[in-house]
Design a protein around this ligand. Structure first.
Ligand SMILES: [Zn+2]
Length: 250
C-alpha cells in the first residue's frame, strides 16, 4: 500500500512513494519532467510526476500504482490534463493524485521509454554506480545546491534514492526529441524550452555548472555551440536523417 493518502499535493513524499513502489515491484524507473529539472537547478513552476519506464514493463508499472490505490484517470489520452493544449507528450498512463482538481491538477504520468528516452540504455532497479555515464541519483553530490533564483538542486543525502538521467544525457535526448518532433508532431517547442532552461540554469549555474561541452556527444555539442547560427538547420536535418537510417537498419 502507498504510505500517502489521496487527494495528495505534489511533493517529495509522493515522488518517493512512486519510486519505492516501482523499485519494490522490480520495475526500473527514471524520474523526468519538472521535478528532475528542479534537482538540476532549474526553477520550474509545475510539479507533475513524470516517470519513464521500459516499454515491456509499462503495464506492470501501471498495475503497481493502481494496486497501491493511486486514483486512475478513466479518460486516458483524452484527458485534458495530460493533453495540456497539445504541447507536451501524452503519457501511456496517468493518475490524478489530487481529486480536488478542476483543470490545473497534478498527475503522476507513466511514459514508455521508447517515446522519450529511446536512445539511452534501460535503467536498472538498483541505484546507478557513481561513474555511470547515463543515470545518477537526485542525491548525487555533483548536482548543485539550492541558490536563490535557481531550482532546489540535489536532495538531502538521507533521501530515498531517485534515479534521473545525467543532465548531459537528458540534454542530448532533448536534442533528438526536438529533431523528431519538429515536423509537425507539435512538441518540438517543448523540447527546445528544456534545452534553453538547461543551458541557462544547469550549464550556467554560478555555483556548480555540471555540464561542460566535453560531456556532450556530437552533434549535440556542435548544435549548442552554433545554436544561433545559420548552420543549425543543416545539422538538424542531417542528424535526423542518419538516426532514421540507423533505426531502419535495426
Ligand atoms: Zn486524466
Amino acid at each position: 500500500m502507498a504510505d500517502i493518502k489521496f487527494p495528495c499535493k505534489p511533493g517529495r513524499q509522493l515522488t518517493i512513494t512512486v519510486a519505492r513502489l516501482l523499485d519494490q515491484a522490480g520495475i526500473p524507473n527514471v524520474l523526468c519532467g519538472e521535478i528532475m529539472l528542479y534537482a538540476y537547478g532549474v526553477p520550474t513552476a509545475t510539479w507533475c510526476n513524470t516517470w519513464v519506464i521500459p516499454d515491456h514493463l509499462i503495464e506492470a508499472a501501471f498495475k503497481t500504482l493502481r494496486d497501491a490505490s493511486f486514483p486512475i484517470c478513466e479518460m486516458g489520452s483524452e484527458c485534458l490534463l495530460v493533453k495540456r493544449w497539445g504541447r507536451e507528450p501524452i503519457p501511456e498512463y496517468h493518475f490524478h493524485v489530487d481529486h480536488t482538481y478542476d483543470k490545473y491538477a497534478w498527475t503522476v504520468d507513466l511514459h514508455k521509454k521508447s517515446s522519450i528516452l529511446w536512445m539511452l540504455p534501460d535503467p536498472t532497479v538498483e541505484p546507478p554506480v557513481p561513474d555511470d555515464q547515463t543515470y545518477m541519483l537526485t542525491t548525487d553530490p555533483r548536482l548543485p545546491p539550492w541558490i536563490p533564483g535557481y531550482g532546489g538542486g540535489r536532495w538531502l543525502e538521507c533521501s530515498y534514492p531517485i534515479k534521473i538521467p545525467r543532465p548531459a544525457r537528458f540534454l542530448e535526448a532533448c536534442f533528438y526529441l526536438y529533431c523528431r518532433d519538429r515536423d509537425g508532431v507539435g512538441f518540438s517547442s517543448y523540447w527546445m524550452v528544456h534545452i534553453s532552461y538547461i543551458q541557462q540554469y544547469v550549464e550556467g549555474n554560478p555555483c556548480k555548472g555540471i555540464i561542460t561541452y566535453d560531456d556532450l556527444e556530437e552533434p549535440v555539442r556542435q548544435f549548442l555551440e552554433l545554436r544561433n547560427a545559420d548552420l543549425i538547420e543543416k545539422i538538424l536535418g542531417a542528424s535526423w536523417a542518419s538516426a532514421e537510417q540507423a533505426s531502419r537498419r535495426e
